[in-house]
Design a binder for this molecule. Structure first.
Ligand code: NAP
Length: 278
């Protein structure tokens, strides 16, 4: 029997890259995609198939999925992993930045599912892993756009799970905690774009940057995350929601148990809002 085919987005670094290596080691046929092919050339050298794919480009998504289905005959597992955090004061985010955040983290995941699910339906089986975030559950200051995008992804993913189950397609909403990757670096790049000299929040710039870096504090290694996730999903009945990584259990618990005003106060203090000077 030919090995199962796994299609993963955003494989240049972090979780996507670690998942490529983990699935590959376990004998699955991995299709790694990334915006820049050179960023995944080393994966190709290990025998992993690679394709250039910017998930914001719907035409490119169609072309790549068609080419892979022609070549491999099936895609058994789709991992919607590509994503980034737009960090900055919500009131100062441009519409263009917001649209890009939602296009990458939310809309593109559905476009990929729409392109790939028909081939899964034909075979009466398939697995879709949507990489959400614990940030989609517990919102912190200066991450409104990112938290909103992941909350939206969770909702879409949960709806897809119910709707596709009747066709034998399983959908898992993955909510990682803090995982050591390039995520903090790319979040800091967005702060540099968003925070204008006249920002209302200039005086707490350091706190905003610390929010961008938050996921990298006391983080779980991406390899460990990938091993645990693959263990959890390569079973007959994977759980509907999977939380792995530092803080992935405590944050939802805090959100449930601590009154909103108290939690707001904790986060406002942590991210400089109590110390702001006008
Ligand atoms: P990462 O190392 O920065 O990896 C993000 C990946 O997404 C990179 O390969 C990046 O590619 C790719 N990407 C971004 N925009 C893309 C686009 N338009 N098209 C294709 N690829 C794109 O961070 P990571 O932590 O592994 O993030 C992976 C996923 O995990 C994200 O969805 C993130 O929200 C989620 N997550 C991470 C954490 C954490 O603590 N690290 C926690 C919860 C959830 P480039 O190299 O081209 O930018």
């Amino acid at each position: 029997m030919s090995p199962k085919v796994v299609f993963i987005t955003g494989c240049s670094s972090g979780i996507g890259r670690a998942l490529c290596e983990e699935f590959h080691q376990r004998g699955l046929r991995v299709i790694a995609t990334a915006r820049r092919l050179d960023s995944i050339a080393d994966l190709q050298a290990k025998g992993i198939a690679t394709h250039a794919l910017d998930v914001q480009n719907t035409d490119q998504v169609s072309q790549v999925v068609d080419a892979v289905l022609k070549q491999e005959k099936s895609i058994d597992v789709l991992v919607n992993n590509a994503g980034y955090a737009l960090i900055g004061p919500s009131i100062e985010l441009s519409e263009a930045e917001l649209l890009l955040q939602f296009k990458t983290n939310v809309f593109a995941t559905l476009v990929l599912a729409q392109k790939i699910a028909p081939a899964m339906r034909e075979r009466g089986r398939g697995l879709i892993l949507n990489i959400g975030s614990i940030s989609g559950i517990a919102t912190t200051p200066f991450s409104g756009a990112y938290c909103a995008s992941k909350a939206a992804l969770h909702a879409l993913s949960d709806a897809l799970r119910m709707e596709l189950s009747v066709f034998g397609i399983k959908v898992v909403t993955v909510q990682p905690g803090a995982i050591r990757t390039r995520f903090g670096e790319s979040a800091k790049e967005t702060v540099a774009r968003v925070l204008k000299p006249a920002s209302w929040y200039r005086s707490v710039e350091d706190a905003i940057i610390s929010r961008a870096e938050l996921s990298q504090v006391d983080a779980t290694p991406a390899k460990e995350f990938a091993q645990k996730l693959v263990d959890s999903v390569m079973v007959e009945k994977p759980p509907p929601i999977i939380r792995i990584g530092k803080k992935s259990l405590i944050l939802p618990l805090l959100k449930k148990l601590v009154p909103t005003n108290t939690l707001d106060g904790i986060f406002k203090k942590k991210f400089g809002l109590m110390q702001m000077k006008f």
